[in-house]
Design a protein around this ligand. Structure first.
Ligand SMILES: [Fe+2]
Length: 386
């Protein structure tokens, strides 16, 4: 066995209905009395902020709400929100939302203790994260991104139309409060695509060149739990057991990829997200089986494990044939969830391919993909997924 490091610094508090006790958690466990709530208009409209505010008021915690965050946050959005936070006098940020809200909040918290614009800190920028950030507590409203468990904040640079990240251990949230009840109102397609994002984290980290035994255990458990619950959670959003299992699976997959890393699916997903504004979960759901088909030869045994975890009957099959079952099982899952399965359906055009390939080849975690891929390989994946 090779050497490995495993970290899971985010403390997780899980419970169906735990939001009701949020005020107590913030006051008695964390000793905060002045909180900045960061969210987006959709979360407010869904009535989720009302429940949070009620819980804070019950404990006399002061708070202000900033609900102007957006999907795929840009440098400008982050810098502006960081300014508002600076003037608020809050002690900590409570991010309530999906991956975009949590990623923006990480960047906002970092800019409270570091000078300049978020642009300076993005991958390849002139500054780097060097010390602690403002404390961040996350309440994920989707079961998928796992951002509440990780060190990365993905930001869109509108000038270059690329997505770049700032990644540093100090960006890891202090606490994640996970309440499946808050996720019960998520529409079927969002449930499906964010759940496929979680599956992508679990699979990519499991077959990653940087995988270790603990991230493997979490990744494989997440694959199994997602396969058993995602269809139900998407078909019947009110099924709290399926919601709870998806929420836990997403958390495990987040911890798995924070340690094991990701691969080409996320590389291409990030590139088409910037080029054609394809939502992150949709992009991963679409690309995952095509990328697996290319990657399967990189680790047949592990792809067989994935097939087994997904409930495929691999008895009597060769390892190669069993590994292929993982690919067909993911195609089947996509089909059952009715997510888009072709790039042309989500606004990607052939003209965008050169830019997408370039961005994918520059992706930080392409190095941990189980097969070393060339530009031609990425082109073949795009053509097959078109
Ligand atoms: Fe992801």
């Amino acid at each position: 066995m090779k050497d490995f490091v495993f970290r899971m610094p985010t403390r997780v508090r899980f419970g169906i209905g735990i939001t009701k006790t949020l005020g107590k958690i913030l006051k008695e466990e964390l000793r905060y009395s002045n909180i900045f709530i960061a969210s987006d208009p959709g979360i407010v409209q869904a009535g989720l902020i009302d429940r949070i505010e009620e819980a804070l008021k019950a404990e006399g915690i002061r708070f202000c709400l900033y609900d102007q965050l957006v999907p795929d946050p840009t440098i400008e959005v982050v810098d502006e929100a960081a300014d508002v936070l600076r003037k608020s006098g809050a002690e900590a940020v409570l991010a309530v939302g999906g991956g975009s809200v949590i990623d923006t909040a990480k960047a906002m918290c970092m800019l409270q203790t570091h000078e300049g614009s978020i642009r300076d800190y993005l991958f390849g920028g002139s500054k780097s994260v060097s010390h602690a950030i403002m404390p961040l507590i996350c309440i994920p409203t989707t079961a998928g991104t796992g951002s509440e468990m990780t060190a990365a904040s993905v930001i869109t640079d509108q000038q270059t139309k690329t997505k770049v990240s700032v990644t540093h251990e100090n960006l890891i949230p202090r606490l994640a409060v996970i309440d499946p009840q808050l996720q019960a109102g998520m529409p079927p397609l969002i449930t499906a695509t964010t759940g496929m994002d979680a599956l992508t984290h679990a699979i990519e980290s499991y077959v990653s060149l940087n995988a270790g035994p603990i991230s493997d255990a979490m990744g494989l458990a997440a694959v199994k739990q997602i396969s058993q619950n995602l269809r139900t959670a998407a078909a019947d959003g009110s099924n709290l057991q399926a919601r709870a299992n998806m929420a836990v699976a997403s958390t495990m997959a987040g911890a798995a990829f924070m340690n094991g890393g990701l691969g080409v699916v996320h590389g291409i997903a990030q590139a088409i997200g910037a080029a054609a504004h394809v939502p992150h979960g949709t992009a991963n759901a679409l690309l995952l089986p095509y990328c697996m088909r290319r990657n399967v030869v990189g680790n047949l045994k592990k792809f067989k494990d994935i097939a087994d975890a997904m409930g495929e009957n691999t008895e009597g099959l060769t390892v190669r044939a069993a590994a292929d079952r993982a690919v067909s099982a993911v195609f089947q899952l996509d089909q059952d969830l009715k997510v888009p399965m072709h790039l042309k359906q989500v606004g990607v055009t052939h003209e965008m391919f050169p830019k997408i390939i370039k961005a994918t080849m520059e992706y930080r975690m392409l190095t941990t993909n189980p097969c070393q891929l060339s530009s031609d390989d990425v082109l073949s994946i795009l053509q097959s997924a078109y």
